[in-house]
Ligand binder design. Structure first.
Ligand code: SF4
Ligand code: SF4
Length: 221
C-alpha cells in the first residue's frame, strides 16, 4: 500500500510546461528533471529534509500570496508554478547579493570559472556578481592546500553544506564539518587541523559536489 502511494504521480504546470512528478517530489526536483532551471546551492536530492538555507530557489505558486522555496514545497495535482515571477526573483536576488557580500569574486583567476554555480545563477537572475545593496566584508581566511588531491579556499565557500553532508552522512567519514556561528561560520576539520592531516581519506567526493571554487582538484589548478 505504501509503495503504491509513493509511486503515484501528479500533473502540474511549471512555466507553462505540463509535467508529471511523483506526488512526494519537491517543486525544485520536478522542475530540474524537466529542464526548468531554478537557482539553488544547498539542495541535495538524497537528503529528506532540505537545508533550505541559501534562499535562492523562490518560485510563485498560483493561489499563494507569497513565493515559496522550491526545495521545500511538494508538488500537488493541478499546481501552477511560475519560476519567473517578479516577487520570487526579487527575493532570490536579495539572497544572492547577501551571499556575494562576503565572497571574493575573481572569475578570471578561478579554475571553477565556466562551471561555477554562482555564474549560472547570476545569468539566470540577470544579476551582477557583485552587490550594491550590502557592504562587502571579506574574511581573509588561509587557503588549505595540505591535501594531495585538492585545495580548499574557505573564502570562496558559500556554506551550502553539500561537502559536509557527503563526508558525514553519505560516506560516514566526517573529516569535515561546520564550526563557529554567524559571520565566522565555516567548513573545517576537527580541531581546525589542515585537511591533509585530518581523517580525510582523499576520496574527492566533497570536491565533486562543491558548486563553487571553494573545493577544487589540484589537477584543475
Ligand atoms: S575527500 Fe572525502 S574524506 Fe576527505 S573531506 Fe572530502 S569527502 Fe571527506
Ligand atoms: S566548501 Fe563548497 S560544498 Fe562545502 S559548504 Fe563550501 S561551497 Fe558548499
Amino acid at each position: 500500500m505504501r509503495i503504491l502511494e509513493e509511486t503515484k504521480t501528479v500533473s502540474l504546470t511549471i512555466d507553462g510546461k505540463e509535467i508529471k512528478a511523483a506526488k512526494t517530489e519537491k517543486i525544485l526536483w520536478a522542475a530540474l528533471d524537466n529542464d526548468v532551471y531554478i537557482p539553488n546551492l544547498c539542495a541535495i536530492r538524497e537528503k529528506n529534509e532540505p537545508f533550505a538555507s541559501c534562499r535562492l530557489c523562490f518560485v510563485e505558486v498560483k493561489g499563494r500570496e507569497m513565493p515559496v522555496t522550491a526545495c521545500t514545497e511538494p508538488v500537488a495535482e493541478g499546481m501552477v508554478v511560475n519560476t519567473k515571477g517578479e516577487k520570487a526573483l526579487r527575493l532570490a536576488r536579495i539572497a544572492f547579493e547577501l551571499l556575494l557580500a562576503s565572497l571574493p569574486v575573481d572569475c578570471a583567476h578561478c579554475s571553477k570559472s565556466g562551471s561555477c554555480e554562482l555564474q549560472k545563477i547570476a545569468k539566470h537572475l540577470r544579476a551582477k556578481l557583485s552587490t550594491k545593496r550590502f557592504r562587502k566584508t571579506l574574511r581573509g581566511l588561509p587557503i588549505d592546500s595540505s591535501s594531495p588531491l585538492f585545495i580548499y579556499d574557505p573564502n570562496k565557500c558559500v556554506l551550502c553544506g553539500r561537502c559536509v553532508w557527503v563526508c558525514q552522512k553519505k560516506l560516514s567519514i566526517a573529516a569535515i564539518g561546520f564550526a563557529y556561528r554567524g559571520f565566522r561560520r565555516m567548513v573545517t576539520t576537527f580541531g581546525d587541523e589542515p585537511i591533509g592531516q585530518s581523517r580525510c581519506q582523499g576520496c574527492g567526493e566533497c570536491v565533486d559536489v562543491c558548486p563553487v571554487g571553494a573545493l577544487v582538484f589540484k589537477r584543475e589548478n
